[in-house]
Structures are given as structure tokens and as C-alpha cells.
Write a protein that binds this ligand. Structure first.
Ligand SMILES: *[C@@H]1O[C@H](CO)[C@@H](O)[C@H](O)[C@H]1NC(C)=O
Ligand SMILES: *[C@@H]1O[C@H](CO)[C@@H](O)[C@H](O)[C@H]1NC(C)=O
Ligand SMILES: *[C@@H]1O[C@H](CO)[C@@H](O)[C@H](O)[C@H]1NC(C)=O
Ligand SMILES: *[C@@H]1O[C@H](CO)[C@@H](O)[C@H](O)[C@H]1NC(C)=O
Ligand SMILES: *[C@@H]1O[C@H](CO)[C@@H](O)[C@H](O)[C@H]1NC(C)=O
Length: 354
């Protein structure tokens, strides 16, 4: 009787909360290293501490930086770089070695909380797509063997461009070419309580929309109520591009019948400088976007589809990366110059930091 009652109670509480990202959302920062004058690990950690940055994501598992992050309380996401993915996806032993050298060697002193297996693999390294799930599984079994699988989540960041027909969000689906990868990956994320990791760039959505997306909508600036985008299927109102993209990802997962996987935004930001064809890459817009993004995330606003569900987000990025190729904007996503000077001072009331 009691057990039945408990079971009913449990069901009652579990059903409406089919998705739950535990706790409050946080803001983290990506640390790229395509920098001619790359600051040393100690300088990087001093900057993080001075700015009260508690969460960082690395694009590799740089040993010196991981050592410098030890005993700082800073939470660290490490990554398997794309150029090591094939080896790891083809060999359980290579995966186990990677985990031993880059994770087990550093925890618990360095608080590694997640591993990104590759970066935008489906769109930048499609040849590796067939082995990405085995890479994830091999890394997972190495964490299980080390009894670290509960505290360290594994996932693989995707470009939001794998989501098609993303407005209205309720119509969104993953490019079906990738179903043979997405379905087992989502099964893995579901069974391990991990996140769908997504890079969300309203800057590019805005740029590529040829004027269809208003700048204010991309920058989280208030819109007149009659300008809000309404999803005609769900009647949900969208006040910014970021939420629309995150909801499109939730809907794309439901299209494959996955309804309980939380989302973590592994990259989002706005460039502060561009070339003549990138007139919206300005300090003002970058500051507005990042300041509003931080407020939005830390407020635990969630999205119209899942209000109040945490969408933790890593800002792209800590430093301007002067060695990146491509348009001028590519080198100007950072909050700081390599010498630690701020590119601009974020408008964050009460945060007491730039
Ligand atoms: C490491 O980070 C996790 C997740 O934020 C936290 O729960 C845990 O207390 C941290 N551990 C240490 C030793 O700070
Ligand atoms: C892969 O290696 C892990 C240890 O890292 C081990 O527990 C697991 O059994 C191995 N799996 C296979 C298929 O060999
Ligand atoms: C879906 O992905 C495939 C493989 O990358 C690509 O060739 C195709 O153009 C994509 N479809 C759309 C509509 O973007
Ligand atoms: C999702 O579930 C529905 C209803 O059970 C089913 O008809 C559909 O084929 C499933 N879709 C996928 C992609 O598994
Ligand atoms: C903060 O969240 C509340 C709902 O919890 C919402 O009404 C409000 O608009 C949000 N503020 C910002 C700045 O996102």
C-alpha cells in the first residue's frame, strides 16, 4: 500500500517535470588559444579569478592550464579536439589513455565536470560522424572504470545549423542525414543524464537572414508586443533569437521522441569588430548581446517551451584570437585582449566585474 502510494506520488512528480536541468543555470567562458601572444596559465587563471568566472570550457585538455586550475574551485569542461577523434573512436585503449592522461591525472584537484567529444563534428568533420558515438562510449567506459561517470558528463557540441526549419521552433527537426548518429547519441545523453550541447549564434542567424530578423530580436532588446515572433502551432511568443534556437533544439529532439534531455549552450557571443561587410560587429552590439545574454541565463528564465529550465551557457569567448583565419570578426569575439585588458566593460549591474 505504502509502496504503491509512493510510486504514484513519484509518478505524479516525475511526469510534469519530464525535463529537469538540476539547479540554477550558470554562465561560463570558452578559452580559445589561437593567439600569437597566448597568456600563460597563471595569467589566465588570475584573470578568471579577478572576474569571478566559475566555469570554463577548453578546446583541448592543456596540461599546464589544468594544473593551474587545480584548487581554484573553477569548474572545467575539457574537450577531445577533432584531430584526435578518429583515433579515440576507433580504439577503446586510445580512449582510455586519453582519459587517464587528461582527466584522471587532474581530478579531483581540478574540478573537471564535463568532456566535449569533438566540436561541431557533423558540420566540420563529417567523415568522423560514424565513429563519434563509439568515441563517446569508449570515453564513458573509461570514466565508469574510474568511477567518475556520475560527476563528469559527456556530450558533443553541435552547430545549430544541423537543425532545419527552425522557425517556427515547433516545426524544427535535425537534418535527417544525421539520424543514424543523432538517435544513438540522444539515447546516450538520456541514459547518462547528460546534455545536448549546442552552439547558438544569433549573430549569424541575423546576418544570414537578409533583414528578416530584426537586430533588436537578435540582441535581446525589448520588441513591441506586435513585433514578437509567435509560433502559430504552439502560440508561444518569442522575444529573442537565442530562445527560438534553443526551443527549436528541444522540438528537434521531440521529433525523434526524446523529451527529457536538457540543453547546454556550449558557445554563444557576438563579435566586437568586423570588416566592411560586417557592420553589426561592433563593441556596442557585442556588449549589449553578452550583457543581455548573461542576465537572461542567470535569471533562470528558461525558454517559452520550458520556462524555468536552466540553460547554462558558455560565452564565446574569453580572449580575442588574433590568429584565427576568415573575416575580421573571427578574431574579435573575445571579452579580453590577450594582455588581459577588457575589450569592453559588460553592463552588469551588481556583478562587480567587467
Ligand atoms: C565540482 O563541481 C561540481 C559541479 O558544479 C560541484 O557539485 C562540486 O562540489 C565541485 N567540487 C569541488 C571539490 O569543488
Ligand atoms: C574499454 O575499456 C574500459 C576501460 O577503459 C573497459 O572497462 C571496457 O570493458 C572496455 N570495453 C571494451 C569493449 O573493450
Ligand atoms: C543535411 O546534411 C547533409 C550532410 O552534411 C548535407 O549535404 C545537406 O545539405 C543537409 N541538408 C540541409 C537542408 O541543410
Ligand atoms: C516516435 O513515437 C511515435 C509514437 O509512438 C512513433 O509513431 C514514431 O515512429 C516515433 N518516431 C521515431 C523517430 O522513433
Ligand atoms: C526573469 O524571469 C522572469 C520569470 O521567472 C521573467 O518574467 C523576466 O522577464 C526575466 N527577466 C529577464 C531579464 O530575463
Amino acid at each position: 500500500m505504502f509502496i504503491t502510494f509512493m510510486a504514484v506520488l513519484l509518478l505524479f512528480f516525475m511526469l510534469p517535470l519530464s525535463i529537469s536541468a538540476s539547479g540554477d543555470a550558470f554562465i561560463g567562458v570558452n578559452i580559445g588559444s589561437d593567439i600569437s601572444d597566448m597568456p600563460g596559465s597563471t595569467e589566465i587563471v588570475s584573470l578568471l579569478k579577478a572576474q569571478s568566472i566559475q566555469h570554463v570550457r577548453l578546446y583541448d585538455a592543456d596540461r599546464a592550464l589544468l594544473l593551474a586550475l587545480a584548487n581554484t574551485g573553477i569548474r572545467v569542461t575539457v574537450s577531445v579536439p577533432n584531430d584526435q577523434l578518429l583515433g579515440i573512436g576507433q580504439s577503446n585503449a586510445t580512449a582510455a589513455n586519453w582519459v587517464t592522461r587528461n582527466v584522471i591525472a587532474h581530478v579531483p584537484a581540478t574540478n573537471i565536470t564535463a568532456i566535449c567529444v569533438g566540436s561541431e563534428v557533423l558540420t566540420t568533420l563529417p567523415n568522423a560522424a560514424p565513429i563519434i558515438v563509439s568515441a563517446i562510449n569508449f570515453i564513458h567506459s573509461a570514466l565508469v572504470a574510474a568511477n567518475l561517470d556520475q560527476q563528469i558528463k559527456i556530450s558533443s557540441p553541435h552547430s545549430s545549423s544541423i537543425i532545419l526549419d527552425s522557425f517556427p521552433p515547433s516545426q524544427a527537426f535535425f537534418n535527417r542525414t544525421w539520424n543514424p548518429v543523432m538517435v544513438p547519441m540522444l539515447k546516450f545523453l538520456q541514459s547518462t543524464g547528460s546534455y545536448l550541447m549546442l552552439n547558438v549564434y544569433p549573430y549569424y542567424d541575423y546576418q544570414q537572414s537578409n533583414g528578416v530578423i530584426p537586430l533588436d530580436y537578435a540582441l535581446f532588446r525589448p520588441l513591441p508586443p506586435n513585433k514578437e515572433a509567435v509560433d502559430s502551432n504552439t502560440l508561444l511568443h518569442y522575444t529573442n533569437v537565442f530562445d527560438a534556437v534553443v526551443d527549436a533544439a528541444y522540438f528537434a529532439m521531440s521529433d525523434l521522441n526524446f523529451t527529457n534531455i536538457p540543453i547546454m549552450v556550449t558557445e554563444s557571443g557576438w563579435p566586437s569588430k568586423g570588416d566592411s561587410s560586417e557592420s553589426d560587429a561592433t563593441v556596442d552590439n557585442a556588449n549589449t548581446y553578452n550583457s543581455n545574454l548573461i542576465r537572461h541565463v542567470l535569471n533562470n528564465t528558461g525558454t517559452p517551451k520550458h520556462p524555468g529550465i536552466a540553460v547554462s551557457t558558455y560565452i564565446y569567448e574569453l580572449y580575442n584570437e588574433d590568429l584565427r583565419s576568415g573575416p575580421v570578426s573571427e578574431k574579435n569575439w573575445g571579452l579580453f585582449y590577450a594582455n588581459g585588458e577588457p575589450v569592453y566593460t559588460l553592463h552588469l549591474t551588481g556583478a562587480g566585474s567587467t
